[in-house]
Design a protein around this ligand. Structure first.
Ligand code: ADP
Length: 291
């Protein structure tokens, strides 16, 4: 204000950006300043109009972060595919065994690429509201059962015991079967990924009549999630530094599960977790039961 005033009455209108950082919570403003001239040249006052643009700035930053994260995530499998194709072209794989190995790596990386793109597209479609949900009375326990069958080989490969405790939850829930299947699959697969060999993953379904919800609970005896990471766990591309080396991933799975459960089915997804001895995580999906 004093700067504008010192420029004198010639300054009719100027816009400056200003950020106030109070206790680490920054707010950004576009400030429009105009001099009020009294009489001829003298400035009798300055009017400042503050426009809070914090949200717009955050959204712009998120878009930039998103693009750079996506590019980074896409580049990693692509670099692998390119390297192995070049080795094949250069004749580095002379025997059929090595060639087969290279082809399998390329196939694996291609799968990863297409999973990543599917996840990004699914998230984008849910967020923009164009996803059609095929809601029907659903046999929740059967869906969870079939998910466990698919996950069994992944658990067996790590000698992880899959324990099920499935109550008869049949048609009490109206939901999109494929989407709930994908959500439960993501949680079970994470539980296996972030649990060391020989651990246990428990999956339970039950009805809590008094609260009007059907519950799917996925509990593991895994490495747990540090308290400081919990608030960010459902953010896109967020991976926990201390455990992300245990398994390949993109940090999109939980963001997708959150959207499927909360945005599309008016349910809730929550997590409890501790790190250290007797550690482990419990992810809970609650879906409203229909009357
Ligand atoms: P990712 O593809 O990395 O597995 P997710 O969005 O599914 O992405 O999970 C985000 C992060 O949350 C993971 O990278 C992992 O660090 C952490 N996480 C998810 N599930 C568990 C779990 N059951 N136990 C410990 N950490 C987990």
């Amino acid at each position: 204000i004093s700067e504008t005033r010192s420029h004198g009455s010639s300054t009719r209108r100027r816009v400056v950006s200003h950020t106030v950082d109070r206790d680490g919570a920054a707010r950004s403003f576009d400030v429009t300043l105009s001099c009020i001239t009294g009489g001829r040249d003298d400035v009798s006052g300055v009017v400042a109009v503050l426009h809070d643009v914090t949200k717009e700035k955050e959204v712009a930053q998120m878009k930039t972060d998103f693009v750079s994260n996506v590019s980074h995530e896409l580049r990693t499998p692509l670099a692998g595919i390119k390297a192995y194709i070049e080795m094949l072209l250069d004749g580095d794989a002379e025997d059929p065994q090595t060639r087969r190995e290279f082809h399998e790596i390329i196939a694996g990386e291609t799968d990863r690429l297409s999973r990543l793109i599917d996840n990004i597209l699914n998230l984008a479609r849910i967020e923009s509201g164009v996803v059609k949900v095929a809601v029907e009375p659903m046999d929740l326990t059967a869906v969870v059962k079939s998910t466990l069958e698919v996950a069994a080989p992944q658990a067996k490969a790590k000698s992880i015991e899959l324990v099920e405790s499935l109550a008869p939850v049949f048609t009490q829930v109206e939901a999109d079967r494929d989407m709930i299947n994908q959500a439960v699959m993501n949680l079970v697969s994470n539980a296996i990924k972030y649990t060391r060999e020989g651990g246990t993953v428990r999956v339970a379904t039950r009805i809590e009549d008094h609260r009007g919800v059907a519950v799917v609970e996925v509990a593991d005896s895994g490495v747990g999630i540090p308290a400081e990471d919990l608030p960010h766990l459902f953010d896109k591309f967020y991976r926990v530094k201390s455990s992300c080396k245990m398994a390949k991933g993109t940090g999109l799975g939980l963001a997708l599960v959150k959207h499927i459960v909360e945005t599309l089915h008016r349910g809730s997804l929550t997590v409890r977790s501790t790190v250290g001895e007797n550690s482990g995580s419990v992810f809970t999906i609650e879906l409203p039961i229909c009357s």
